[in-house]
Design a protein around this ligand. Structure first.
Ligand SMILES: CC(C)(COP(=O)(O)OP(=O)(O)OC[C@H]1O[C@@H](n2cnc3c(N)ncnc32)[C@H](O[C@H]2O[C@H](COP(=O)(O)OP(=O)(O)OP(=O)(O)O)[C@@H](O)[C@H]2O)[C@@H]1O)[C@@H](O)C(=O)NCCC(=O)NCCS
Ligand SMILES: Nc1ncnc2[nH]cnc12
Length: 284
């Protein structure tokens, strides 16, 4: 059986993501992007605050009675995730750094620890299938009674489901994270060069393929998605992180995002998941 420190892998993934630069609209060591209330130190504090929760995700998986449905494992994890969100907000003094990651990374840590506990290999196919089994019926459950919820209390993801039918993070997770497993991880594996460039290009690739509810919320329209795809295509046409022109364009995109108050929080979360998977499958 493989010996993997899942918590360390998850912490590395959180810290690698915030370090990558220049990320358009997002926080990194050279820019706070379109976020006036946080910086890279806020993310370090947030990442460290999640350690106990990530350990709990491993323990829940290891102690799970395999005769029950995996949806029961997710329900236990979700309770722990709600507490972890509070720890995160305490650590960041109320700023939302890793709300999406608490959910998504917790699921991946739990799914990978479960596979090892069941003496199964960690492959993207196995992880994706385990996640799908854990989250079966999630969108239907969460979106079922939204029309009865007071308008003011709706989250960005809930609003976008009602307005556009976009299932956001829930849809992505329930499908076993296809952008991570099918696009981002193979893409990262195919890249060469320095770590920062490889991860920056992977983030840009992810953002091209994702309905990022953070981007849609900030823009106030789904029309932002084709516009953003055009920007990413221009970045890659210039050679991406491999050329000075491409890197300068990433900086230009950061300035455009700051000016338009746009951010790619959902894509950043998917990069965290991709790095986590890359570490536990020896791609990185
Ligand atoms: C399922 C939960 C994630 C809760 O979902 P919720 O409906 O509360 O939130 P969403 O708006 O759907 O988005 C959650 C975060 O997921 C990230 N994300 C967005 N799109 C995707 C995607 N396509 N794939 C993966 N991940 C995605 C994103 O996180 C990042 O952005 C954050 C900032 O975004 P946002 O929250 O929109 O913005 P604000 O904080 O308001 O500030 P501004 O930046 O706009 O100023 C950043 O932190 C990243 O992490 C989305 O934010 C889960 O939390 C859950 O299950 N909660 C418990 C709920 C529950 O059980 N309720 C009980 C009834 S069922
Ligand atoms: N680097 C980052 N900047 C802003 N929001 C994020 N959510 C996850 N990572 C982020």
């Amino acid at each position: 059986m493989q010996t993997i420190d899942f918590v360390q892998a998850a912490e590395r993934a959180l810290l690698y993501e915030v370090t990558v630069n220049p990320k358009p609209g997002l926080v990194d060591p050279s820019s706070n992007g379109a976020h006036s209330d946080m910086d890279v130190y806020t993310f370090i504090d947030s990442a460290v605050s999640l350690q106990p929760y990530l350990s709990t995700a491993v323990t829940l998986a290891e102690q799970f009675n395999g005769n029950r449905s995996l949806t029961a494992l997710f329900e236990e994890l979700r309770q722990a995730g709600i507490d972890a969100e509070k720890d995160m907000f305490n650590a960041t003094k109320g700023v939302n750094t890793h709300k999406g990651a608490v959910f998504s990374l917790g699921i991946l840590v739990c799914a990978t620890a479960y596979l090892i506990a069941q003496a199964q290999p960690i492959t993207s196919e196995n992880v994706s299938q385990t996640v799908q089994a854990m989250l079966q019926g999630l969108s239907e459950h969460d979106f079922a009674r939204l029309t009865q919820k007071p308008e003011k209390t709706l989250t960005a993801g809930e609003r976008q489901f009602l307005k556009y039918g976009a299932t956001g993070i829930r849809g992505q997770a329930e499908a076993g994270f296809p952008v991570v497993m099918g696009i981002a991880l193979p893409y990262l594996a195919s890249t060469t060069g320095d770590m920062n460039g490889r991860l920056l290009d992977t983030l840009m690739m992810i953002s091209r393929e994702t309905e990022d509810s953070n981007l849609i919320k900030r823009a106030g329209t789904m029309d932002i998605l084709p516009w953003w795809q055009g920007q990413v295509d221009a970045y890659f046409t210039m050679g991406g992180s491999k050329t000075e022109e491409g890197l300068n364009y990433a900086k230009t995109l950061d300035n455009i995002c700051i000016e338009k108050n746009l951010s790619l929080g959902g894509s950043a979360d998917l990069l965290i998941l991709t790095v986590y998977m890359a570490i536990v499958t020896d791609v990185l």
